[in-house]
Structures are given as C-alpha cells and as structure tokens.
Design a protein around this ligand. Sequence first.
Ligand code: 5AD
Ligand code: SF4
Length: 465
Amino acid sequence: MTETRANSKKLFIKTYGCQMNVYDSDRMSDALAPHGYETTLDMGQADLILLNTCHIREKASEKVFSELGRLKELQDERRAMGGDMLIGVAGCVAQAEGEEIARRAPVVDMVFGPQAYHRLPDMLARAEAQRHLHPALRKSIVDTDFPEEDKFEHLPAPRKEITIKRGLTAFLTVQEGCDKFCSFCVVPYTRGAEVSRPVAQIIAEARGLVDAGVKEITLLGQNVNAYHGLGASGGSTSLGELAYLLAEIDGLERLRYTTSHPRDMDDVLIAAHRDLDILMPYLHLPVQSGSDSMLKAMNRRHTAAEYLEVIARIKAARPDMALSGDFIVGFPGETDADFEATLKIIADVGYASAYSFKYSTRPGTPGANLGDQIPEAVKNERLWRLQDLVNAQTTAFHAACVGKTLPVLIERPGRMQGQVGGRSPYLQAVHLEGGPELIGSIHQVEIVGTSTNSLVGRLKEAVAA
Ligand code: 5AD
Ligand code: SF4
C-alpha cells in the first residue's frame, strides 16, 4: 500500500433523488479527492458521510431524518471505540431546510445546498478544526447561499483513473435550476434560477470524459432544453446547437439529455434529432397531466394539444423516437374528467416508459395554498389505473422490438455467467450471451425476446470501429 493510501480518509456518499444528484455526488467526491478523501462503498468504514438529499416529494425529504437517526447510532459506536466520523447533509433538503436540519439533528457537522459544493473543502476544514472540541460544543456549519461565482469553475475535474472506474456512460450537467415555476414544484427554490454553463466548459468536460473511455454522455439540466450557454463567439448557444458541437467529438458515440420542458423543444433541437446519429431516439418530455385546466393550475404554460403538436414535430424529424414522461395524479382540484384526460393523452402518445407520482404538497410552492386537496384513496386509485396503462405500453414497446436488430452499447457483465448487458438506443436494458471482450463498444444485437423490464438479445456482428 502506498503512503498516500495508508493516510487517506474514507468518504461515503448516499445519493437520493435525481440524476443530477448522482452527478453532484461524483463532483463532491472529486472535490474532496485532492484533500485525501477516497470514496468507499462501506458506510461503516467512512470518516465522512454525506447524504445528498432530494426534496421533490414529501417521502423523499422524510428519508433524511430517519437516516440521520441511524447515523447517530453509528457515530456513537465509533466514538465509544475512540474514533469519530463527520456527517454532512447536502442537496435539496439541505437547501430548503438549512438551519432547521442542524437544529433537529445536532449530529450533523455540515449542511449545504447544491450551489455550495465548490466550498465543500473549506467547510470540511472548518468542521475538522472543531474535532478536538467536545461534541456538545461543535457548531454545525450551514451554507445555503446562492453564490455569485460559477461553482463549476471551482470544482476540479475528476482524475482520469476515477472516470475510467465510473464506466462507459456519464452524466454531464449543462444547465441547472428552473425559471418555469410549475405550481407543484420545489426546484426553482432548491436549485435556484436557471443557469447555463458556457459551451467551452462543457466541451472540455465532455472531451475529458471521452478521453477516459466514456462512450455515452447524458446532458443534465432541470430544464435542459432551455439551455442557453455562452458560445465561442460570445452569443448564446441553444441545446440543439450544443448537440451539433458535441457530435464533433471523436469517440463520443451516444448523446442523451434530460429533463426537457415541452415549451423549449425548439426547431434546432428537433433538427438535431433528424441530423445527428449520436443523438439517441429517446426523449423524456414530461406533460404531468392531459387536462388543460390542470395544466393551467400547474402553471405548465402549454395545453394538451400543444404538447401533442410538439410530439408530432419530433416524430416527423425522428419517426422512431421513443417517448417517456412524468405524470402527477391528484393535483388539487383534479376531477374524474381531468384524470380521464390524462389517460387519454397517454393513450394518444404511447409511451415507452413513464414515471408517475401522487401529488405531494411542498411547503413554499403555490400548490401548497390551493384548496380542494384530493383524498389519498382517490390518488391511489388513479395512480394504479395510470400505471396499469403505462405498464401495458412499456410491455408493448418492448415486444415491438422483438425481431429487430438494434445497436447495443455493451456496458458490463450480465447477471448470469457468460452474459453481458447494455442499453438499446431507446434506453432499454438488453442482456445477451457473450464474453467480456464485447464490453466497451456498440454491437448489433438481434432482439429475440423480452423479460421483465429488459430485452433478451443475440449478437449479430460487431460494428467496425
Ligand atoms: N408532487 C408529486 N410529484 C412531483 N413532481 C415534482 N413535484 C412534485 C410534487 N410536488 C414530479 C413531476 C416532475 C418529477 C421530477 O417529479 O412529475 O416532473
Ligand atoms: Fe419543476 Fe420541471 Fe416545472 Fe421546473 S419545469 S418547476 S423543474 S417540474
């Protein structure tokens, strides 16, 4: 073992919620690596535990406090044995609740929101400086400010060997925050106003990923297709334009993006789906409801018909586009007829996959002040009906792939010996017989069957490099 390893401290990050939190957790671990922290998958070994939290629905938020209860026990055990352990709460619950977390759970050393991640090494140094104090005297460090500076300028890029370990697919945040203010949603408050990263920064990060073997990048943003980053000539660059620029990176084979708003699907982005082979034919385009009165109450700023028009334009550019969506049932005032309209739009679109949720009141959002809340039993019933419909659509979508030959990015060994697994262009998991030499590239795979939530394939031929 090298000296640095022997001296290294262990970091454990538990990530809740969305893909941006997954990306942020990696960036936090990258920020701490130069300070001697090595990531571990064993919480029991950790010198520092970070909870990267999600505030989108009540259930997600509640998990934090129950986890902190468990961590307190772990910390007590550690201290009884003469050791110690620092605990930080990051992410959207930290942003929303700030001091309240420190008050309710004094076990926490640091509470900090998503816009403070570049200041983590600093906070950690301050937390470590309190270690010699009796626990009762230590003060939680709270940082929920939205800084002026660009945090991405201050977050170090991951070391190449770390990126290699993370695999063939990677997330890359290009845009953060939201200015849309849907009336149910906490995102504009927890992630802040919409900010787009400059094009040059994104291209440099993408090149670094590809250089470390990444084949597929998913561009992330809460409102990713509202991206308008500073371009090389000083003007603003749209997501569609960014896609054309990223397509020029040698070695990048697949590009995806999520999550999009129907109002921001502009012509350039749609044309990019027609023109760029690397842009995958799978689009997550939430509509939330099929009822115009619900869409208005949700402040979505579009009607059901406008959503369907957008889909028609996308399908005209890319006929095989697979669609995915988010749906909320039981928003205040939702009638049976409103709910039927949601089932109707689902039937009209035909989704490859969909995520559906019971409306959850979020403090501070306009939806929280609305009367006519829907009883839990009604929400449950609507959710089951909706999920039955989308499950049938997903099954039909998978079944329609049987007999087709699809390019599959083979990413890992399969669950069974002698198998490998990867993803189709439509983001379906595909399993097939094959050896580890297949991992790392795209292969033509004939789909011969389906199993729960995945496809079964047979290798046809390797794509020439
Ligand atoms: N209640 C239920 N679902 C919500 N979502 C966002 N806010 C709420 C809420 N208050 C869902 C939306 C969004 C997805 C990320 O989470 O469908 O698109
Ligand atoms: Fe939330 Fe998305 Fe609406 Fe923004 S567009 S407020 S992130 S649901």
